[in-house]
Design a protein around this ligand. Structure first.
Ligand SMILES: Cc1cc2nc3c(=O)[nH]c(=O)nc-3n(C[C@H](O)[C@H](O)[C@H](O)COP(=O)(O)O)c2cc1C
Length: 221
């Protein structure tokens, strides 16, 4: 069973990375033998889609695949043949951060056609979980439908990879090791710390449970 866990944050060991590793632990708790590849996206050099359309060229050698031979070339092939993929992304300006979006552009666009009706060229379904971390508190996110762009992206991923994308979120994240060193008076550091100390473990548990359930479903299928 091939599992890919991708940290879309530039920060190793921070919120996204922790959530992702908890998801991985959930996988292992059910199926120790899973072949798990952990990827730090910011270690790779790549661009978003270049709109070359080689993936849609009839009879072309790259039809249904991305021809760009850069840092995510092999990762894209691995994702396509994986059983499950988790991507942890920080929310930047109310959306999935740009670097992760670059991966998603390439990952989605290359496997879909402009046929009528459009079709995807994925051989087998890939189970996807998106894990998001953000500074905004949960009530703000809910009241403002703050993750609507993530909803749309998940719908597209689900269509392209033939799955129902699952989601785990961590709100109100702690951003600095020492708030006193940064101009950050807009936030109440004590409140942020309290929230982290009381809630983040629940978010980690949700990620763990999602990973465990993901494998259980795959083993049953
Ligand atoms: C460039 C930038 C833009 C951000 N924009 C938002 C935002 O629009 N909404 C939000 O809730 N948090 C925003 N954040 C905060 C991050 O989403 C949050 O700290 C996240 O947990 C970071 O993940 P990490 O700790 O894994 O790096 C932003 C952070 C950065 C660096």
């Amino acid at each position: 069973m091939k599992i890919i866990a991708i940290n879309g944050s530039p920060r190793k060991g921070w919120n996204c990375d922790k959530l992702l590793h908890s998801w991985v632990e959930g996988i292992k708790s059910v199926y120790q033998e899973a072949d798990i590849e952990i990827v730090n996206l910011y270690d790779l050099t790549f661009t978003g889609c270049r709109s070359c359309f080689a993936c849609k060229l009839k009879g072309g050698r790259f039809f249904g695949t991305c021809p760009i031979n850069d840092g995510i070339h092999d990762l894209l092939a691995d994702i396509r043949h994986a059983n499950a993929v988790a991507i942890a992304a920080p929310i930047y300006f109310g959306d999935i951060n740009a670097y992760t979006k670059c991966l998603l552009e390439r990952m989605i666009f290359s496997v879909m056609t402009y046929g009528n009706p459009p079709r995807n060229m994925i051989e087998n379904p890939v189970a996807f979980t998106m894990l998001y971390t953000m500074n905004a508190p949960e009530d703000y996110v809910v009241d403002h439908n703050y993750l609507s762009r993530c909803d749309e992206m998940e719908t597209t991923i689900g269509w392209a990879y033939k799955c129902n994308v699952e989601r785990v979120t961590a709100y109100n994240t702690y951003q600095f090791t020492d708030y006193s060193k940064y101009e950050s008076e807009y936030f109440d550091e004590a409140d942020k710390r309290h929230y982290r100390d009381t809630h983040f473990s629940l978010d980690l548990k949700a990620a763990f449970d999602n990973g465990a359930n993901c494998v259980r479903k795959l083993l049953k299928a």
